[in-house]
Design a protein around this ligand. Structure first.
Ligand code: 5GP
Ligand code: ZN
Length: 154
């Protein structure tokens, strides 16, 4: 099931001859075809890609909340954090582990100052479901950092 995604049921009228199993596959494909982040992962629409490997993509948020605002996504479509399964554990670890590497590359990793104090830093965030503020239903982790002020924060 996909939360917040309106599916067109291709079983009705159009292809009455296909089997139930085939029709379920049709529903899944329509869902992924309509996913903006799947389209970004497939390079069907442009985005400011900053990192790519076999499993993950990271790109600049179109509406940044801070000087550095990146989105880390799995290339495989997963609706939301609540839909992850045991098989995704390694993938989630890779997403989290990518954040400090990107922070380093984008100049927002925490660092020790000459006086011994810490400066810099970033936030990692996965919004989940309507009450969690999730707008795009392809699992993604925000990496937000850079000099403050950030939008909505001091
Ligand atoms: P959510 O609220 O689902 O956690 O965050 C979705 C994020 O995706 C938002 O910060 C929004 O600005 C970003 N976003 C939505 N559509 C696009 C797009 O087409 N390209 C890029 N680069 N970011 C997008
Ligand atoms: Zn997707």
């Amino acid at each position: 099931m996909s939360i917040g995604t309106k599916h067109v049921d291709l079983r009705q009228d159009h292809w009455p001859q296909i089997t139930a199993r085939q029709s379920q596959q049709c529903l899944i494909e329509v869902k992924v075809d309509n996913c903006i982040f799947c389209k970004i992962a497939a390079k069907q629409i442009p985005s400011g890609i900053v990192y790519e490997d076999e499993h993950l993509l990271a790109f600049k948020d179109i509406n940044p909340a801070a000087p550095v605002h990146l989105l880390i996504i799995p290339k495989v479509h997963i609706d939301t954090l609540s839909a992850v399964e045991q098989q995704h554990t390694e993938l989630l670890g890779k997403m989290l582990a990518l954040a400090p590497k990107l922070a380093q590359e984008h100049g927002c990793a925490p660092s020790r100052q000459a006086d011994g104090s810490l400066a810099g830093g970033y936030k990692t965030l996965i919004n989940t479901g309507p009450d969690g503020g999730q707008e795009v239903y392809h699992l993604h982790m925000h990496m937000i950092g850079g000099p403050k002020p950030w939008r909505g924060q001091r």
